[in-house]
Design a protein around this ligand. Sequence first.
Ligand code: OAD
Length: 238
Amino acid sequence: MRILVITGAGVSAESGIPTFRGKDGYWRNFDPAKLATPEAFARDPKLVWEWYRERRQRIRNAEPNAAHTAIAKLAEHAREFLLVTQNVDDLHARAGLPKEKMVQIHGDIFVTKCSRCDWSRRDYDHEHEHEQEDIVSKCARCDALVRPGVVWFGEQLPWSEVKRVEDFLDRGDCDLVIVAGTTATFGYIIDWALRASGDGGELIEVNPEETSLSQFATQLVREPAAIALPRIVDQLIC
Ligand code: OAD
């Protein structure tokens, strides 16, 4: 089968990573305009870095859950497979999904990049992180402030990653599209899901709550991802 899977914060919720818009979600307690925009970073880079360092640490301490593992297993068995995740954590990768089968469309929280030039580096080592706690580092190449390698509100999606999704869609319709753990707030998520499923593809939504994608789904699974996905994948593989 040719399969596209799209995931959002709900898939990492059972690993203890907060969602954005759900109960106890980040955007219920924090204002995105103060933490996740280029303007916020220009105004208070220390505050923005503090939030991202805290999130990095939480992710390092988390483990992939059964939903991540099920997706990696599905990828192994599919003829062609792509995961598009809005998650900036590394839990899909740590569950064993190869990089070439995954697009992190909102970036990678462990990447640090320059706010001006194209310098970037992946910072996973947490010792390194501690050393820098109170300062905002500057780019070794151009001296501008460095920032997290994620997409903020008001910014373009990384074109190279968009192209990988578009290329996958151009190669043909999918037999199956699974959209799990996302409110599908962004138009491109719904667009990609609908284009991939084409005229006859199955479109399964896994989400305990209704979303703007629900009306288009051919199957609604109103359960947590770590419960539903292992079962769905086992049924598909058998
Ligand atoms: P949201 O926080 O908007 O949505 C999380 C979704 O997961 C909700 O629809 C929940 O019902 C669902 N959910 C919660 N627990 C679940 C579980 N155990 N299993 C399955 N579903 C569950 O997160 P996203 O849709 O990922 O962007 O948000 C999209 C983007 O908005 C994020 O990537 C981030 C945010 O602002 C940027 O930072 C650019």
